[in-house]
Design a binder for this molecule. Sequence first.
Ligand code: G4P
Length: 534
Amino acid sequence: MSKDEQIKEVMRRRTFAIIAHPDAGKTTLTEKLLLFGGAILLAGAVKARGDARRARSDWMKVERERGISVSASVMSFEFDSKAFNLLDTPGHEDFSEDTYRTLTAVDSAVMVIDGAKGIETQTRKLFEVCRMRDIPIITFINKMDREARDPFDLMDEIEKTLALDVTPASWPIGSGRDFLGCYDVIRDRLFLMNRKGFAAKVDEGIKCSGLDDPQLAEHLPEEALAKLREDVQMVRALCKPFDKDAYREGHMTPVFFGSAVNNFGVRELLQGLADFAPSPRPQPAAERIVKPEEEKVTGFVFKVQANMDPNHRDRIAFVRLCSGHFKRGMKLKHIRSEKTMAVNNAVLFLARERELAEDAYAGDIMGIPNHGTLRIGDTLSETEILRYVGVPSFAPEVLQRVHLDDPMKIKHLRKALEHFAEEGASQVFKPLSGSDWIVGVVGPLQFEVLSARIEAEYGLPAKFEGAGVEYARWVEGDAVKMKAFTEKYRMSLAEDHDGALVFLARNAWHLDRTREENPDLVFSKTREMNKAAA
Ligand code: G4P
């Protein structure tokens, strides 16, 4: 394949995730996007995992044999000659670090907001992660077919709470029972809502010369048209016009309105992604920035998924390709272990029919089955010694002490906890003084999942209980200062899975005070996963 062809493949890729608070409509929107992408058979099966879908093709065998559900983790489809990779961000009970880290593997995101609710807690948390990486965001305000909040209000809330410039890409005409459709503010088109279903919406809209176009009156009642004209005039005066560069730098979000369940506004959103969203971007490695069009293959592991069958300890590592043209069977260096691995059995998510694909490019995701060699944050590289950075561990938000009734089993417990830490399912801290480990997770429900897995996979009845600790922060600084700090604060210190020093604060006051007492040390909420190896 020529260089030009490789560049063409990279340029047409759009690797993105949908971020949303539970119930905003992420699943529904995903299904509709897949429909447009021609993956019709898969649509509708995002939530309900039927046997029919399982049996569809060869690579699904990997799932069946290994009991790992990889299919919903990456969904690939084509639209308007672009190749989309949609990465699922588990957002409900299993909201975890994985959710956050998936965002390190995308080039852009769609933020779905419930029009009646506005920005909710998880939307904001996920948005903050996008901001850390300047990930461009397109906003989709959903459920406009129901009574929604005033669109000006919603725009204002996004702008203020997220400190982001907003600009309308479309503007709603009414809401709830009176929702008639949207006006495409960027391309001057009218899209009318037809509540009867799918077919009527697959259209290009009504092309207008602008809001004064007389044909608008043929489609909209007088009052609605007057309000639309007034609204759009006002919103254009209030918001900066859409600026692709500002969007791509993560400073501006274009806002689409629609109703996912009615498949209204989804096509325009997808067109927006095709037109504006960035193709795979250069990725930072410790040594240098790697460009997607480079010849040699490189990539990093952003997620590891364990087998759901406890008798099989193998896992699937999800690798985001950052450069080169990957071909099945290629040999790649695993930088951390300095070993070379032949990647024969990688699951690629590329082909429309979801067959095993042979090639992949920057922006694509592949799943590599392995027995624990590949860890989150690891780099794979065809030739050069490189270490990708920017796949962080996030400070857990809930910390608990893990207790075992049988002290003889403590070694087993350690193994279990290390295993889960490698998988990225939780973090484990070994206090410098005291014997019980402290486990940290992002969402409290994860303790239930962990308990169940420790029991099922290791046969250990472990109990989690309060640890009297609210915050964990990685501490770094000059060696002499760190030594003094370690001695003085020993009772509140622990080591993480990689042996890095962590300060465990009883509460916000304890954390703030310790910070003030140690102005030369850095207390961080995130830590690079592969730092110890670097
Ligand atoms: P999530 O993945 O973000 O959690 O949301 P999901 O798509 O599951 O949607 C949550 C609920 O909101 C679902 O209703 C879904 O049908 C509904 N919904 C999604 N988009 C729209 C929309 O544009 N308008 C309206 N009115 N509702 C929408 P449910 O009753 O919880 O489930 P279901 O039985 O309808 O599937």
